[in-house]
Design a protein around this ligand. Structure first.
Ligand code: 2P0
Length: 410
């Protein structure tokens, strides 16, 4: 079992205990869709994601403990929010694991009884707009899980903390590690689930497949699409899929095991040809399940579809794939590409969408080599004619693979 390498400790601030962490979002390359148990948040299938750099998108969460607080509070992006049942569940797990002899912070002892009497205040902010539709649950809940484990002095490594994050939101467990991370569902056969829930709850966890240094040049352009569609939340959407989609059963039995095994090989070998194909087929498989759900769920809009077709056209006109697309429970398109293609890809999408420079967030632009001409002129003219008026974007956020959740000194 890997040991916890995050050394940050809580401190005192105005008589309150405090700890702060920053956490990345992760984008699933093998998608989590469906639960076999809602209470323990046990997924129908294992999934695998790329962790994106906190330099570009992150949640910053501070947890305070004090006997001066009258109740537990949660503030998200400056707004007061209810403590959800899921967060209360996380608190219970943590409070059950407080060490018998309490904790010592900056030379001052706090007994277990004192810790348990204190109320908690959670303050969390994202450095990206909620309106972007980029899901923040993976960063927010992973951040909270690490802060809670640390402030209560629990003896938990990152694997254990991933199980706690999972109880807050399934996909959050994958943000505990950087690089390429699997959420192992925790069981082999569906038949064993009902009678073994507690054991499976202990086995369902994040596993580091390759860290961020293994394949550091994979980048991601997050194409934030205009979407006026009514949004079906992932939690609700995946529940309806479990209840109604026959195709989801095939996905669990056949497609996901195959894609998982292939993607691990592709990552190990840094095989971009193989990786890009699996990423795109997986995304298409998720949205096929959504269409097979009754009533169907439509997350993709015309922009999403145009970007998907455009990627295939670009890839068909190059000796190797230029980019891979992946789409979650929304219209946004995540374009994954090796760094050598990044500027060409970004400029192509930016021009097709008619975006001005102020709509592009690209923090590491100066570290990236300038654009190479990837696709010949005739093919580019065709692509421009085909997609010019079909791509409507709010903004593009450029990022790359990065580290997992980290305690910071704040
Ligand atoms: C994923 N998604 O693997 C998939 C792909 C959306 C599409 O995980 O109910 O917010 O909190 O466990 O984690 C979104 O689902 O759902 C999600 P809950 P979550 O990233």
């Amino acid at each position: 079992m890997e040991k916890d390498t995050k050394t940050g400790q809580p401190k005192w601030e105005d008589g309150k205990l405090k700890i702060t962490a920053i956490s990345p979002i992760n984008i699933a390359l093998i998608k989590y869709w469906g639960k076999v148990n809602e209470e323990y948040i046990i997924p129908l299938n294992s999934s695998l994601s790329i962790t994106l750099s906190t330099d570009d998108l992150c949640s910053t969460t501070s947890v305070y403990l004090s006997d001066q607080f009258e109740n537990d509070t949660l503030t998200l992006n400056g707004e007061s929010e209810e403590f959800t049942t899921r967060i209360q569940g996380m608190m219970k797990v943590i409070r059950d694991q407080v060490p018998e002899d309490g904790i010592e912070v900056e030379g001052k002892k706090v007994t277990k009884e004192e810790l348990l009497k204190m109320h908690v205040s959670v303050v969390s902010d994202n450095n990206f707009p909620t309106a972007s539709g980029v899901a923040s649950s993976s960063s927010g809940l992973s951040c909270l899980a690490l802060c809670l484990a640390k402030i209560y002095g629990c003896d938990m490594d990152m694997t254990e903390i991933s199980k706690l994050a999972r109880l807050g939101s399934g996909s959050a467990c994958r943000s505990l590690f950087g690089g390429y991370v699997e959420w192992d569902r925790g069981f082999d056969n569906l038949e064993e689930v009902d009678s073994n829930l507690e054991t499976i709850g202990k086995n369902s966890k994040a596993v580091l497949i390759q860290d961020e240094k293994h394949w550091p040049d994979l980048c991601c352009c997050i194409c934030v699409a205009d979407s006026s569609q009514k949004k079906v939340s992932s939690t609700k959407g995946m529940k309806t899929s479990v209840e109604t989609s026959e195709f989801l059963k095939h996905r669990e039995k056949v497609i996901v095991p195959k894609h998982l095994s292939m993607i691990k090989d592709a990552l190990k070998d840094k095989d971009w040809n193989a990786l890009s194909e699996i990423i795109m087929k997986e995304s298409n498989s998720l949205h096929s399940v959504c269409l097979d759900t009754y009533p169907p769920i439509f997350y993709q809009n015309d922009t999403t579809k145009a970007l998907i077709s455009m990627v295939h056209d670009l890839n068909n006109n190059h000796y190797e794939p230029i980019a891979a697309y992946t789409v979650d429970a929304g219209a946004n398109v995540f374009l994954i590409t090796p760094e050598k293609n990044l500027k060409f890809l970004l400029n192509t999408v930016k021009d097709l969408a008619g975006l001005s420079d102020d709509k592009i967030k690209f923090s590491f632009e100066k570290d990236v080599e300038s654009e190479h001409n990837q696709v010949d002129g005739d093919a580019m003219t065709k692509i421009e004619n085909e997609y010019k008026s079909k791509i409507n974007l709010h903004q593009i956020i450029v990022t790359r693979v990065g580290k997992g959740v980290t305690i910071i000194d704040k």
